[in-house]
Write a protein that binds this ligand. Structure first.
Ligand SMILES: C[S@@+](CC[C@H](N)C(=O)[O-])C[C@H]1O[C@@H](n2cnc3c(N)ncnc32)[C@H](O)[C@@H]1O
Length: 247
């Protein structure tokens, strides 16, 4: 049985993809649930602690709301908070996010290190998007929050990029969806291309661990294999899901 943390209302908690900023539940309920999920990650030895700065997260969320052009997103407020918090706790010096579309998922990770939600300084934060027009929009979105350029978007194939990246990756975020039947199966190709570059203890996040579990079966088997990863926990906070794995 895979490890999982499941919110009691995971299947009734729903967002409108075109209304990313609409509040779905009272902030105190969202904070309490995400803290429970972080504590479950601590209990599994995946995170060292469950604390992050609530005020900085609030400033980050407001900046995205004020500056980002988001045509749609499947990142629920719960997952936005959880992804930010994981980055704020892990503090990756190098973070790579694959398949970032308009950049909302990327900044959910990178917002812990740049802009008004920053709680540490990173060295390199890279978002990869294969569709050039989407990469350009993501880059413009990110520049409005991070004028420094430390967080950057590249129009590139995540598999090819991962194979040639020359830094130890401390956090890898997977959200690419290839055309046709391959879809989210591409996660495994990106993971295998990046695997040797994952620093010891690196965290790998995979969106859609619930609603794409079938297509992600080989990926999930890999991150749940103790010969490849120390541990892995499926966060079922919503109907999309986030698999959190520690190398
Ligand atoms: C469905 S979107 C992810 C949206 C995200 N879950 C959200 O809610 O904002 C997946 C993105 O992966 C991109 N993609 C597909 N194959 C890719 C690849 N090989 N490298 C980088 N990006 C890729 C697609 O162009 C698409 O923009």
């Amino acid at each position: 049985m895979p490890h999982e943390f499941r919110a009691p209302d995971w299947d009734t908690y729903k967002m409108e993809y075109k209304q990313p900023h609409r509040e779905i539940e009272p902030p105190a309920a969202e904070i309490a649930l995400v803290t429970q999920a972080l504590e479950a990650l601590v209990a599994q030895g995946i995170l060292p602690c469950a604390e992050y700065d609530l005020a900085r997260f609030a400033a980050f969320r407001q900046a995205v709301r004020d500056t980002f052009e988001i045509p749609w997103t499947a990142i629920t407020p719960r997952l936005q908070r959880a992804i930010y918090a994981i980055n704020a706790i892990v503090r990756p010096r190098a973070m790579v996010a694959a398949g970032v579309f308009c950049g909302n998922t990327f900044i959910s990770n990178a917002g812990a290190a740049v802009g008004p939600g920053a709680c540490y300084e990173a060295e390199d934060l890279v978002g990869l998007e294969i569709v050039a027009a989407e990469a350009a929009r993501a880059e413009a979105n990110v520049r409005r929050i991070d004028p420094t350029g430390r967080a950057r978007i590249l129009a590139a194939d995540a598999v090819a990029f991962a194979a040639t990246y020359d830094r130890p990756i401390e956090l890898l975020y997977l959200d690419a969806s290839a055309p046709g039947d391959q879809g989210k199966r591409i996660y495994l190709g990106i993971l295998e291309a990046a695997y040797d570059k994952l620093a010891p203890g690196a965290i790998v996040l995979a969106h859609n661990s619930v609603n794409n579990a079938e297509r992600l079966a080989a990926y999930l088997a890999t991150v749940r294999d103790p010969r490849r990863f120390q541990n892995s926990l499926n966060l079922v906070l919503d109907g999309e899901g986030l698999e959190v794995s520690r190398r």
